[in-house]
Write a protein that binds this ligand. Sequence first.
Ligand SMILES: Cc1cc2nc3c(=O)[nH]c(=O)nc-3n(C[C@H](O)[C@H](O)[C@H](O)COP(=O)(O)O)c2cc1C
Length: 321
Amino acid sequence: MPTLDFSKPLFSLAPLAGFTDLPFRSVVKKFGVDLTVSEMISSNALAFKSKKTFKMLEKNPLEIPYSIQIAGSDQTIIQQAVELLNERDGIDIIDLNCGCPAPKVVNNLQGSSLLTDLPKMAQTIRTIKEYSNKEYTSVKMRLGFNEKNHIEIAKLCEDNGADYIAVHGRTKAGKYKAEVDYDAIKEIVEAVNIPVLANGDIDSPQKAKWVLEHTGASGVMVGRAVVGRPWMFQLMKNYIYGTGASEVTPELVKEVVLEHFDQMVAHYGNHGAIIFRKHLHTYSKAGYEGASKFRDLVNRVESVAEMREVTSQFFSQEYIV
Ligand SMILES: Cc1cc2nc3c(=O)[nH]c(=O)nc-3n(C[C@H](O)[C@H](O)[C@H](O)COP(=O)(O)O)c2cc1C
């Protein structure tokens, strides 16, 4: 039985460096996401056995299937990184990042700059496929670098061994703001015979349904809309399948926020409370009184016990909208 089930729409959490770490993915997993992906992992750091990078590979036992996303294009390094991943159980997929626009990634012919060197991109996919002992090889791509050549890129992924692709419907030049081209994703779906996950600006259950229908994609991959709303996938599935609630209660939000906080401290130690500030900023956005004061406060709190206490108090209130 294959680990990924494409017989019905597949819901995947997008990789978001700095956000989709083990604590966050653990919380999201409880709300029915089908596939989770690590943050982008540098193949260099992996090959050089960086301790911090090895920690980034850790997963929650519930994360089945689990994908590790790597970035790189040096074939020797990629091979070494894949061989290190081969030694670890619990990884079902190795995903190649062909979308990251960050200059330090792009300047090293990694991430989205692979879209400017298609032979290298093809070779990198083949290297992963050849050396990996995991069930799947996948690619996360954009529609192009400056211009759209999405069909060519998608076919290249398919021809060189990708078992499925996730498509962020913008070019690299479009960064994170340009309008997402769902028609282009639909064209890819029609052009290839491997599953396609549609990605980009899917921020509500209604949008997820529309994108699935409009593009004919095998699933959706959602990133930013899940930050501060780890229950998003449950709401999406409820809406699409006509089951369950369309909103979450303040009681549930409080429970989830505190659980997320506890997992951060368990994973990162006391510093986890400080890293959690950015999540508190997002969690507190949704209709609470005194949210901006609360955000000021958490920026100053350093102790784990105090952070938990002020968080518990803040999220004990009812929504105001
Ligand atoms: C803060 C941040 C970090 C990201 N990190 C990664 C990453 O590590 N790997 C990757 O392939 N894409 C990364 N992305 C891109 C997302 O996976 C996704 O393609 C993009 O945000 C569009 O989807 P969304 O609108 O659902 O967030 C990142 C995006 C953001 C905003």
